[in-house]
Design a protein around this ligand. Structure first.
Ligand code: TNX
Length: 542
């Protein structure tokens, strides 16, 4: 038998023997109230929940064990321990082999069970003595841990025994993702957001099982990532943004820090350098790149579509090669996003020539290309992905080419659209998107010519022309992003607005603990610990 398997069995049986010893010794039978796992406010809704109506008493004697054989399980155990500490102040050990007795364990178990459909799938078994999360990979265990975090009650029950216990409802959850790509996009070009802001956004997104964060790193108004071979990009264009703000940029070290933080949350960072349009900032720093024939100035307005690279210059492709090479070297994820939207002043034949050439550069640096739906007018190959935002015909052409499509239709999925005519921040050129409208659409059927197999997933972009602070970012993103997380993870037949509404109303303890400035829409009867929330809410409603 392989050493790792043996180690795992020894550890698990030691833990189980310890449990039974603990119970023999104490012979304490705890009386738990009746629970119902099926009524927990889990978002995204899992594939299947079966309640067994008792409880696991999470307390200071609970310990966490993980499979040791596979990469990452121990770290996910540490993440769980940390999350439990934040919620309950309990400090649970992880893989401590020196314990004499163990009453209750949480076990993160690596298994190849055929029921686990993907590497993100998990099973969560909760009994009185143990909570077991089965997953093929640490990524699956991490997704399961998010579900567990959501069903640990906010308040302890202090009547069961002499110490505090948090009663986790027993039962079984089987869960698989609907789409493999469940993304959010943040525009750090129109207004810059700090590393700390991005990390907070990652924390919040990961809690709802979002697994991709696309960073829009360049636009007309600013360039936000250090490129060592072209230093003026940030020295000049890292200093501007929409309005009169001071801009900002990430050094490569800071970007790596974001990437590593995202990786700990099983989230892939997707860098976007938008081109050949949306390039005023790059061309202002290096005028040789400019193709619109005009003398450039820094641009701090919000118009789009006036800039372009000179698509016929070798220097432009040498520049792009350097940029893609440097960013790809510090981006472990498989994707590089080239933008490609709204190149209104690039001739169509030049645009096609450009996209075809840039695709080769991206592939040369080992990445798969993503672009906004316009890129499907070029002769891209089937590994390239189209992000649909506006023109269905481009998405359909993408599917015809064999490409996968990410759905971000502006009318439904743009986080920068105002909720309604009274809500602050945001634009409304595509639509007003109240919280119900954001949830009530079916990505699988949104473009009738597309089959589910053509769709890689969904992404909710947050353009930042109208927002400058984290509180404003949160106001536009929350609560709508929570609905998009469910559209991405949960299969169509398990999604239902009336049911979602109640689960969303109960996210308040988490959102408030995380100090999230969510938009307190009147469409939701916000609750705190099951009780209607008394007004006034913080935020903008007052
Ligand atoms: C369109 S969506 C754009 C962005 C703007 C956004 C504002 C897309 C690919 N391009 O440049 O920021 O509208 O809503």
């Amino acid at each position: 038998m392989k050493k790792v398997v043996l180690l795992k069995i020894v550890l698990l049986s030691a833990a189980l023997i310890a449990i039974s010893c603990g119970e023999n010794k104490k012979k304490i039978i705890l009386n738990f109230p009746v629970t119902n796992l099926e009524l927990e406010h889990i978002i995204p809704k899992p594939s299947k929940i079966i309640a067994t109506n008792s409880a696991f008493g999470l307390d200071h004697t609970t310990v966490i064990y993980t499979s040791q054989a596979s990469n990452g399980f121990k770290e996910v155990g540490d993440f769980l321990s940390e999350s439990i500490k934040e919620k309950t102040a309990l400090e649970l050990s992880v893989n401590d082999t020196n314990l004499e007795t163990v009453d209750r364990i949480i076990y993160l178990n690596q298994t190849e069970s055929a029921e686990l459909e993907t590497t993100e799938s998990y099973q969560l078994y909760i009994s009185k003595d143990s909570i077991i999360i089965n997953a093929k990979s640490a990524e699956g265990a991490f997704r399961g841990v998010q579900t567990l975090r959501q069903i640990i009650p906010n308040k302890s029950n202090d009547t069961i025994t002499t110490h505090k216990m948090w009663l986790v409802p027993t039962g079984k959850i089987i869960d698989n993702p609907n789409f493999e790509y469940r993304g959010a996009m943040l525009d750090v070009a129109r207004h810059f957001f700090s590393v700390a802001d991005v990390k907070k956004y990652i924390d919040l997104l990961a809690y709802y099982k979002i697994n991709k964060l696309h960073l829009h790193l360049s636009d007309d108004q600013g360039w936000r990532i250090e490129i060592k071979s072209w230093p003026l990009l940030t020295a000049v264009s890292g200093k501007t943004e929409v309005g009169s703000g001071e801009g900002g940029f990430y050094t490569q070290e800071e970007y790596k820090d974001i990437v590593a933080y995202a990786a700990k949350h099983y989230m892939t960072i997707i860098p976007e350098i938008d081109m050949p349009g949306h390039t005023n900032a790059a061309s202002f720093a290096y005028p040789i790149l400019n193709g619109n024939g005009k003398t450039l100035k820094p641009y701090t307005g919000t118009r789009v579509g006036f800039s372009t690279f000179d698509t016929n210059k070798d220097t432009v492709y040498a520049f792009i090669d350097d940029v893609v090479r440097e960013i790809s070297a510090i981006t472990p994820g498989p994707y590089f996003h080239i933008g490609g939207d709204e190149s209104h002043v690039t001739k169509k034949k030049d645009y096609i020539y450009f996209v075809d050439k840039v695709e080769k550069i991206v592939q040369k640096h080992g990445k798969q290309m993503i672009g906004w739906d316009e890129i499907m007018q070029a002769n891209v190959d089937s590994s390239t992905i189209a992000q649909h935002w506006s023109t269905a015909a481009n998405a359909i052409e993408g599917a015809r080419k064999g490409s996968k499509i990410i759905l971000s239709p502006a009318k439904k999925a743009y986080l920068d659209m105002q909720y309604d005519s009274l809500s602050k921040h945001g634009l409304h050129w595509a639509a007003y998107i109240p919280v119900d409208s954001a949830y009530n659409w079916i990505p699988e059927k949104f473009i009738k010519e597309l089959q589910k197999e053509n769709i890689l997933g969904i992404e909710a972009p947050l353009w930042s022309e109208t927002i400058t602070t984290m509180a404003e970012l949160e106001y536009l993103a929350f609560p709508r992003i929570i609905g998009y997380a469910e559209l991405g993870w949960t299969i169509e037949e398990n999604r239902n607005w009336e049911d979602f509404k109640v689960r969303l109303a109960n996210q308040t303890p988490y959102l408030e603990k995380m100090n999230v400035n969510y938009y307190p829409t009147t469409l939701i009867d916000w609750k705190v610990n099951g009780v209607e929330k008394t007004m006034p809410l913080k935020g903008y409603r007052q």
